[in-house]
Design a protein around this ligand. Sequence first.
Ligand SMILES: [Zn+2]
Length: 460
Amino acid sequence: MKKLSLFIFAALIFCGCNSICGKENHTGSGVKYVFLFVADGFGENHYKLLKNEAGCPALDQFAFARRTGTLNFEGKVTDSAASGTAIACGVKTYNGAIGLDKNRMPVKSISKEFKEHGYKVGIISTSPINDATPSAHYANTFNRSERSLIVHDLYHSGFDFFGASHFYLDSRYQPQEAEYLALIAQKYQVCQGSKWDQLKPEDKNFVINRMERNFPGKPRKTPALADFTALAVKMLDNPGGFFLMVEEGFTDVYSHANDSGALLRAAIDFDRAVAVALEFQKQHPTETLIVVTADHNTGGLHFLDNYVPGETSLLYQQIQLSDLQEKLVNLYLQKADWDLFERTIVDTLSLGRITPAERNELKNYFAYFVKQQRKKSKNKDNYVLPDTLPDLPGKNHSSTLAFAAARLRDKRNGLAWEGTGHTGIKVLTFAKGCGEKKFDRNDLENTSIAGLIREIVFQK
Ligand SMILES: [Zn+2]
């Protein structure tokens, strides 16, 4: 008898949370609350950077992180549409496809299955609500750029909560945001801004408000992704359960821009949003599953030999690089002298003392910057440029000066980016709660996620 109870005890431990999850709900699995977090463009090194430079108290609570393949159905580097569809629907498809398989046939997302099973469903993104990652959950279109069709699919989705920064507008029909909102308001309580106390859980809610990042030189004035996540939980919480997908889109945006400092800010926001789910899980430990993944790697961030964990100056970056670039353009229009340019760059990126070689490098980029601005603004300036300019990487890019300065800072910090596009490097998937052990394997693909959730929650 003693042996038998020991065996049962061991079996319970071996089976992990699955064995302690309740069996009371309508799907029979006992899994009532499922969170799916997607950090866009967030690779393994992005995660390491966050962990080393700012800490990630939420992601630290996950027992494991498993490498996950992201290539599209042709084995090529994915975009957010193909990977969004893979994560949401469990099929590999072509780049640009939203909720369609490689033969352009519609496929059902896990979110729609949750809806059919009586769960409430919520979708949140810091990106536009009709961007690729969120739309893969509720839309089926040949191409991610069909912005208006995607909004119509949202309107017909029957989902219970949407939260996002804004819409992508459709340039062919020139709809205004107001037109999209008027359509959606026929079925949803629409809230623009942050008067959230007016929202009621019994309504379907659509909340739109820019989610800014928080920088030392530009503190956030709007709700963060974590605030949206907490609001969604409040609106969706019900005895029948809910499924909530939360996307951080700026990890991708800043990786495309090779803006390491801003990437870190977006990653911190992402971790804080995950913390909201973990807090909820504490109240419902036997009924909750949290999955955290990324749709692909962007930029190929890597560490150089001189990288010392925790010693970079990234958290001192005052504003995002595109805002620095805007400042530099204004200085150009004011015909500021080089010293002011240098001081602005040094202060914004916390560069401290710069060496003559670094100054020379920046001045070379400055020459290209001036040439670009002359073309753009037709401004008559007095800057004296060398007759021949050295051939520099990315020299003609409009944001070159700010980004050259950031590259210099990154090099000092032992960081480098391979490029500005997506890469095929695997990403990480974390899972915690009911059925988490099913994710603890080495052959995960982005398509595995919907299947495993289906298996755990719907037991099929
Ligand atoms: Zn991207």
